[in-house]
Design a protein around this ligand. Structure first.
Ligand code: RIB
Length: 305
């Protein structure tokens, strides 16, 4: 199987501000730490995979505004292959991120170029057919994800979908093409209309997704770790590696990408989960989404400690 990963998805300029707490309606409060950083779920996952040593194509779109150069440079400097990515007229995607003390965030997305797709280019189609795995998220139109998944499935390329980026239901046609679907607990609850407060509830909801045609379900549970239901029904759980949390933005992207990298390396499912948890622990210890994605050596150090 080819060892290249294709990540199709969004790239955003993340506009950060840090606050002690969220403002009430009609209230004005002071903030600090205003900064523009590269992000977007697709680009974050592509950079995470590349920094972990995985040859990675990014298939996405930036605009023709002042953010575009910064976004391209950020991807390219992590050695992500941009030969099939493209610029389109109009603004790049933006994410307005309000970061509270303790690392919790609230995010508002303005889609821009991420929502301005006019089909999947020939270059992207060729890339999808030639890789070992296709990784998707939900910050581009569902029609684009579905088309990409169909191209991949026809070429027997496994498709993995991180459910982050949109809250609506997923079409059956897409679910049935997924090797792995990875929601967090909120996304799992919305996708299934089931509660996800206890471990038993998470398990029941994940099983409900699997019954809809997904082969494996990987649930990211934040501080509670992660749960994987494998194709053979085996259930695995993984705790977190304790660390001082600075910013949780991008941690889910990091977890999914690291899991995919380990899976492409042919590691056992337990090892994939552990590798992903170690990578995410580095990510939450630093500011920013894309800038906080770990290098391989940082993850290896945690795994041997
Ligand atoms: O998952 C984190 C990402 O969500 C941020 O980088 C932001 O761009 C939003 O897409």
């Amino acid at each position: 199987m080819p060892s290249i990963l294709a990540v199709l998805g969004s790239v955003n300029a993340d506009l950060y501000v840090e606050v002690d707490r969220l403002p009430l309606p009609g209230e004005t409060i002071p903030g600090s730490g205003a900064a523009i950083r590269p992000g977007g779920k697709g680009a974050n996952q592509a950079v995470a995979a590349a920094r972990l040593g995985q040859a990675t194509h990014f298939l996405g779109q930036w605009g023709d505004d002042t953010h575009a150069g910064m976004l391209k440079d950020a991807l390219a400097s992590s050695k992500v292959d941009l030969s099939a990515a493209q610029g389109v007229p109009g603004p790049s995607g933006q994410a307005f991120i309000v970061l509270q003390k303790g690392g919790e965030n609230s995010i508002i997305i303005v889609g821009g170029a991420n929502q301005a797709w006019s089909g999947i280019s020939e270059g992207m189609q060729a890339a999808i057919k030639s890789v070992g795995t296709l990784l998707l998220q939900r910050e581009v139109p569902e029609s684009v994800n579905l088309a990409a998944a169909k191209i991949a499935s026809a070429a027997r390329v496994p498709v993995i979908l991180d459910a982050g980026g949109a809250m609506g239901p997923l079409p059956k046609e897409l679910l049935s093409q997924l090797a792995v679907l990875s929601p967090n607990e909120t996304e799992l609850a919305r996708l299934t209309n089931l509660p996800t407060e206890t471990e038993a509830q998470v398990y029941t909801a994940a099983l409900a997704l699997q019954k809809q045609g997904v082969k494996e379900v990987l649930v990211k549970l934040g501080k509670r770790g992660a749960l994987l239901i494998r194709e053979n029904g085996q259930t695995l759980t993984q705790g977190i590696f304790p660390i001082q949390v600075v910013d949780t933005t991008g941690a889910g992207d990091c977890f999914t990408a690291a899991f995919v990298v380990a899976r492409m390396e042919g590691r056992r499912a337990e090892e994939c989960l552990r590798f992903a948890a170690a990578a995410a622990s580095v990510c939450v210890s630093r500011l920013g989404a894309m800038p906080s994605m770990p290098q391989r050596a940082e993850v290896e150090r945690i795994l041997v400690s």
